[in-house]
Design a protein around this ligand. Sequence first.
Ligand code: F1P
Length: 608
Amino acid sequence: MCGIIAASTERSIGKLLIQGLYKMEYRGYDSAGIAMHTENKVAHLRALGKVKLLEDLMINEKPKGKVGIAHTRWATHGEPSEVNAHPHQSNERIFIVHNGIIENYLELKDELASKGYAFTSKTDSELIAHLLDSYLEEGSSLLKATKQLKDKLQGAYAIAALDHSDPNTLVLARNRSPLLIGLGEDENFAASDPLALADLTNKFLILEDGDVAKISPNNVEIFDKNNKACKRDIQIIDIKSEAASKGDYKHFMEKEIYEQPNAILNTLDGRVGGDDVLENIFGEGSNNLFAKVKRIQIAACGTSLHAGRVAANWFSAIAGLPTQIDYASEYRYKNPYVDKNTLLVTISQSGETADTLAALRYAKDQKYLASLAICNVPTSSLARESDFLLLTNAGPEIGVASTKAFTTQLIALMLLTLSLAKASGTNPKLRSRVIQALRQMPDIVEKSLELKGDIVDIASEIAQQDNALFLGRGMFYPIAKEGALKLKEISYIHAEAYPAGELKHGPLALIDERMPVVAIAPEHELAEKLVSNLEEVKARGGALYVFGNAKEKLSLERGKYISMPECDFLLTPILYTIPLQILSYEVALIRGTDIDQPRNLAKSVTVE
Ligand code: F1P
């Protein structure tokens, strides 16, 4: 949800800011802009559309500057347009970029309008520039004005600001939206994501909520929520620059699908040993804690929630623990009943999803045993604010539709299941079986990637339709939901998922020759009933696309059967995810949609 980057240097920064924006386009891509101190004025360029259009504008106008701020936007207040694009300015003096939402913006807007400030945009962000300007009018420096700003603003913000009359300095502020400072040699930077600065530095200071900072080429000063000068520890974050490049792939999503065998290997690395999961992999003391857990509460959004839904089956079947699972956006509004010894588990690729963070913060005041996060970003708020943590180590995921983050979340959740079962001494034999199966997962997933040829055939048929149904039972129902979500996210085909048994309770009315039905049907205790459900589809002329390993049990008139590789039954949800990802990708490719940056979406949803 918007990416910001700022640089205070002794060299020309136009290209560097644009490169940084490209790497953060996953956060939003409806408009982009830049403000840079040049010799005699602040160059201010904004473009409706992707970063490429801003880059073209820069190539035409050729502004030269060493200090500046830039932004790529995902619209919240005000439609995508040039005037609503950041940076916003006040009196040609203050320029700001903002990521987040100012909740009391109407009230502040009125207050500023009564002081004579005219608003040119429909955003909540513009008022930040005017408010800073009003403090400067009263004699404050930009730093002091930014400290004053904190008392006024309610909501989430990461802000970078520059003052026309101070050509070396940038001021930053953070509250509930990510922002970090990158330290260079005689130059300093700031960004929403370290990825944006990966080619410039590996030394970072992560700002905390309430922090204000002032950066110039040779100096960084940070002030905490009480405006006291403070220090933040330097963190070394090495991000290989190839992580942010597509390499030989057409899209990041495609690359990330094919990276999954390796990503899974990385999630397992250092976490399993012999025939069990290693001690305390979720943090010091996690094993002692796990022995007390009697119940699990999961809160997550989107794809991460689907991972949680699969895990709920594992917690109960392997660790004997009941699980309550909620959309993070709903969880805190339902006055959740917290039973004794309940562990709160949050799941998030980015660790910055506003609803998931809000759930964690709400839960901290409830009587949970502890909070535990499954997350892919070590510097994220979720990772830092949770009591216990397992990083999925999947590497940066750039495609907006989550792929490798999901399968590695599932691996991490299986490690959690095994750790919980181990702590209570439950199912030792089963645990050892699953550990062996986990070790084979990278190879089995690799094999499933070879199914692409068969899947392309199905994709060409589904791409012609406007709707699709996905069916699965038990722990494959969340996989069906994930398959449907992937298809709608990137191909814009309307897709829904049902537990197969629910078909006859309504959705069967939708079945005709234009409704493709994708079924996840590995052979297991429910497969025969599932076959009966699929027969119901056949009888009504629906085309069936079945992923399974018992072809002989079903004869298809329309559609196709894809024979899946074998794998331990408990891990099949991970395996069956892969062909569904490939299917969505291939359908979207045929339909010519913007696969890595689907319309209206953003990867890091930092607004509630
Ligand atoms: C949750 C999520 C993703 C989805 C999309 C929007 O993000 O719903 O699952 O792919 O990118 O956000 P997170 O909490 O897992 O970062």
